[in-house]
Design a protein around this ligand. Structure first.
Ligand SMILES: Nc1ncnc2c1ncn2[C@@H]1O[C@H](COP(=O)(O)OP(=O)(O)OP(=O)(O)O)[C@@H](O)[C@H]1O
Ligand SMILES: [Mg+2]
Length: 376
């Protein structure tokens, strides 16, 4: 169910999840004059550092959710693993314009793939498996390489195992036994990965951000380049697919769809019902960021047309790289540094990002090269 209530600045936006996405949403909303309340179990989490108040509670703590709902005029979330009972409660209070349905679908790869398939959109060949026997028979019918993933709870490549050769089949079958439900997917030998980040307003209007090309290292997003070098045919297929899914899922807010590109074909990988890591470049490279447009959508304000101002490359700062970025800062003329305020540095943890923008993509890449050389 969606409302069309207009929530004006000075009202309170509640955010479930206080990581970097919640923080950047909060910053965008604060610019416009909104009050922010964030619910997160970690005291002084990245979003709480820039919010007006924090409710320190687990994501599925119904008392905390109730408190957040009472003090907020509208509620959004920074991740898809929002507790569905919590989402239903907030929706019933008419404070969740994004609805609970998009969460239900995107937190489960089986449901996600079936929505995409029902919409007639191309996805990698796949099979749902519940145990090692089902896994073994699925792999008999699928040429390798393939990948096995948990249907729920995975992120940054956690909860998945690549199956390169028949030697890996045993480990895959053990994986299937260890998890309730898994999905085996054909590995797509893609030319590149892209994502379509867009925003849909509550009355169905859509604005698209320019499509980005994404490079992963160890299954974690490392680098985003805009504009993506893709053919006009791929661009059209990607935008059409996003438009179809947006309507089918009755999305509100900023949303992202990750896709693989092979020749002129696209294969949909996964979707996120929220601003996305591959859309961080929009903060400096577009007239309006994915976070600002998200706030406009959930607050019932008209969406602004989107323009790319300059080409951009964003690089994620993972784990110990935060130290390199800081050491370089006194010498670094270019690059917009964002650090998320995470206290603990863990290997591969997303600590921040840097966006390089220039008149040409080549120039932006040269700026990035200075950072990458220092990192080695
Ligand atoms: N079927 C596939 N074919 C080719 N590459 C794949 C496939 N599945 C996953 N990958 C690679 O692994 C990366 C992570 O996979 P996926 O997006 O499914 O996982 P995730 O852990 O949910 O990641 P995210 O951090 O985006 O939430 C992909 O971006 C891609 O590089
Ligand atoms: Mg992904």
């Amino acid at each position: 169910m969606q409302n069309n209530k207009v929530i004006l600045p000075m009202k309170t936006i509640g955010i479930i999840g206080g990581g970097q996405l919640g923080r950047m949403m909060a910053i965008a909303a604060k610019y416009m004059g909104y009050q922010i309340a964030v619910l997160d179990p970690t005291p002084n989490c990245p979003a709480a550092q820039v919010a007006d108040q924090q409710i320190t509670a687990a994501y599925d703590d119904m008392d905390g959710i109730q408190k957040l709902t009472d003090i907020s005029d509208v509620i959004t979330y920074e991740f898809e693993n929002v507790d569905l009972d919590a989402a239903a409660y907030i929706e019933q209070k008419d404070k969740l314009p994004q609805g609970a349905y998009a969460l239900e679908i995107t937190q489960n790869r089986e449901k996600e793939k079936s929505v995409m398939g029902d919409a007639g959109l191309p996805v990698p060949a796949n099979k749902i498996v519940r145990d090692s026997d089902m896994c073994a028979s699925a792999l008999e019918n699928m040429p390798l390489p393939a990948v096995i993933k948990t249907v729920s709870g995975g992120y940054d490549g956690k909860g998945q195992l690549k199956i390169n050769t028949t030697d890996d089949m045993k480990a895959a079958c053990e994986f299937a036994d260890q998890h309730d439900v898994s999905i085996i997917e054909q590995w797509v030998p893609f030319d590149r990965e892209i994502s379509v980040v867009f925003t849909r307003g509550q009355s169905g209007e859509i604005t698209f951000f320019p499509i980005s090309a994404n490079e992963h290292k160890d299954h974690i997003l490392y680098k985003t380049t805009v504009p993506a070098s893709i053919s006009a045919a791929v661009q059209q297929k990607a935008l059409d697919a996003a438009g179809i899914l947006a309507e089918k899922m009755n999305i509100a807010g900023t949303f992202a769809i990750e896709m693989f590109v092979k020749g002129d074909d696209i294969y949909l990988n996964e979707m996120a019902p929220r601003p996305h890591n591959s859309g961080h470049y929009t903060i400096e490279a577009c007239n309006l960021s994915q976070f600002e447009q998200h706030i406009r959508a959930i607050c019932g304000l008209p969406l602004m047309p989107i323009e790319l101002l300059r080409p951009a490359v964003t690089v994620n700062i993972l784990g110990d790289d935060a130290g390199t970025a800081l050491n370089m800062l006194p010498e670094m003329q270019h690059g917009f540094l964002h650090l998320y305020g995470k206290e603990a540095v863990k290997p591969k943890r997303k600590m921040g990002h840097i966006t390089f923008i220039a008149d040409t993509l080549d120039e932006a890449k040269k700026q990035l090269a200075v950072y990458e050389e220092a990192k080695q």
